[in-house]
Design a protein around this ligand. Structure first.
Ligand SMILES: NC(=O)c1ccc[n+]([C@@H]2O[C@H](COP(=O)([O-])OP(=O)(O)OC[C@H]3O[C@@H](n4cnc5c(N)ncnc54)[C@H](OP(=O)(O)O)[C@@H]3O)[C@@H](O)[C@H]2O)c1
Length: 263
């Protein structure tokens, strides 16, 4: 027993040294980029905002096919056209990720029309943006259905085939607010915190599954429609400067699981 504790006492600082050294090397040397030429990427909420920017980045980095999901046809169509003009095959499907049956049916349609999805980016989300007492009950439920449960349904729809193929990556566009909540967006912060736990559990469950991994991304405040008009003071959201949408990069171009990470 004593030897076991002594061993742990020696191993801990060595492990810390190793991890610090590894992180320092990672800062200096560029990460190994993954070849996307055989990957089919599905981005939920890919019509606008960060989802649209990700579609551009995936196309620019050579993804074979891109599939966009969302509820608004106009922006999906525009983004699809833009990606096709970049020379990448792109398709869009109208799908509300908060609706379980719609997710399963649309996933089937995607498999039939486009083929297997090998990278799933769970990006779609909404914010009601009010305090608990000011929030309508249905609006509170809606955020949980879209932001949290939506990821259960999309992941359940595509993960089994990824496991069969031994090739797949589930990505979650989470938020820094999953770890550091703000007042006035209680629906959003709660949904992001539970999605964080969902991804932690999923990632650990995938450790023994060859070729399939998961990544959680925690972006800082980014200039899109999402938080437009929402007023949060510096005291409530310290250091709250908005990043341009173009600062978003396709994190899962890098090999292996890396959860959590920050863009
Ligand atoms: N902006 C930020 O400051 C920030 C910071 C950290 C994390 N994030 C995260 O980044 C992701 C993208 O956010 P964003 O800033 O790009 O927001 P956005 O501009 O509001 O875009 C949200 C996207 O999600 C789609 N969407 C919403 N509800 C949907 C549903 N039920 N089914 C399918 N698609 C749905 C929207 O399309 P339709 O309306 O057409 O359905 C839209 O394409 C979100 O997960 C967000 O939480 C954003």
């Amino acid at each position: 027993m004593v030897w076991k504790w002594l061993g742990a006492l020696v191993a801990f600082p060595l492990q810390m040294l190793y991890l610090v050294a590894k992180a320092a090397v990672g800062l200096v040397l560029p990460g190994r980029l993954r070849d996307l030429s055989r990957e089919t990427v599905l981005i939920t909420g890919g019509g606008r905002g960060i989802g649209r920017q990700l579609a551009r980045e995936f196309a620019g980095r050579g993804a074979r096919k891109i599939v966009l999901w969302g509820r608004t046809e106009k922006c999906l169509k525009e983004t699809t056209e833009e990606i096709r003009q970049m020379g990448t095959e792109c398709h869009y499907f109208i799908c509300d990720v908060g609706n379980r049956e719609e997710v399963y049916q649309t996933a089937k349609a995607v498999r039939e029309k486009v083929g297997d999805i090998t990278i799933l980016v769970n990006n779609a989300a909404v914010v009601h943006g009010k305090s608990l007492m000011d929030s309508d009950d249905d609006a509170l439920l809606k955020s949980q259905h879209i932001n949290t449960l939506g990821q259960f349904w999309t992941t359940k729809a595509f993960l089994p085939r990824m496991l069969e193929l031994q090739n797949g990556h589930i990505v979650c566009l989470n938020s820094v607010l999953a770890l550091s909540a703000i007042p006035g967006a209680i629906d959003y912060c709660t949904s992001k915190a539970s999605t964080f736990a969902f991804m932690e559990s999923l990632t650990l469950g995938l450790l023994d599954c060859p070729g399939v991994s998961a990544t959680t991304v925690l972006p800082f405040h980014t200039s899109t429609e999402m938080f437009q008009g929402m007023r949060v003071s510096q005291r409530q959201w310290p250091g709250g400067r908005w990043k341009p949408c173009s600062s978003i990069r396709p994190f899962c171009c890098f090999r292996g699981p890396c959860t959590p990470s920050s863009s």
